[in-house]
Design a protein. Structure first.
Length: 159
C-alpha cells in the first residue's frame, strides 16, 4: 500500500524545516572545538627569540660548512667525497654536498658542523610539528670535474 503524498504546503514546510536543520548543523560544525591557547607576552617573546636564535645558529653553521668545503679543489676523483647536510623531518639528510680531501684532509671538523646543523634542524622540525614526504635521498657520490669536486649526475653514472 503506497504512502499518501503530502499536500504541496506540507511538503514545502518539511523541506524548509530540513534545510533549516541542515544549515544549523553546518554552522555548528564550523565552530572551533579546540580552545585557543593563551600565551603570555613573555612566553611569546621567548618562543620568537628561540626561533630567531635557532635560525641564526643554523645560518651560522651553514656559513661555516660552506667555508670549510670552500671551492672543493681536486685533481682526481679519489679526492672527492660527499656529506649529507641538513635533516629531513622523517630522517636522513636534506641534501648532499661534495667536498675535497685536498683542502680538508680530515673530515672530523666538517662532520661536526654538519651534525650540529642537522640537530638544530631536527629540533626545529619537532617543535613545529613539521612533516615530510619521507623521500629517500641516496648518496649520489662525487667526481672531479674541471678541478672541482661536484656531485655525480645520471650522465656521470652512465660513463
Amino acid at each position: 500500500m503506497p504512502y499518501p503524498t503530502p499536500s504541496g504546503y506540507t511538503c514545502l514546510s518539511r523541506l524548509r524545516m530540513g534545510l533549516a536543520v541542515c544549515g544549523l548543523l553546518w554552522v555548528a560544525g564550523c565552530q572551533s572545538a579546540v580552545p585557543t591557547p593563551v600565551t603570555t607576552p613573555t612566553a611569546a617573546a621567548s618562543s620568537t627569540q628561540s626561533k630567531t636564535n635557532g635560525g641564526e645558529a643554523e645560518a651560522s653553521l651553514q656559513q661555516q660548512i660552506n667555508t670549510t668545503i670552500g671551492q672543493a679543489p681536486c685533481t682526481t676523483d679519489a679526492q672527492c667525497r660527499t656529506i649529507g647536510v641538513g635533516a629531513n623531518a622523517c630522517g636522513g639528510p636534506a641534501a648532499w654536498r661534495a667536498w675535497s680531501t685536498q683542502n680538508n684532509p680530515k673530515s672530523e671538523a666538517l662532520q661536526s658542523l654538519v651534525d650540529q646543523q642537522a640537530a638544530l634542524q631536527r629540533q626545529r622540525q619537532a617543535q613545529s610539528g613539521m612533516v615530510s614526504t619521507c623521500r629517500y635521498l641516496p648518496d649520489p657520490g662525487a667526481v672531479c670535474q674541471a678541478q672541482r669536486c661536484v656531485l655525480k649526475t645520471n650522465a656521470d653514472a652512465a660513463s
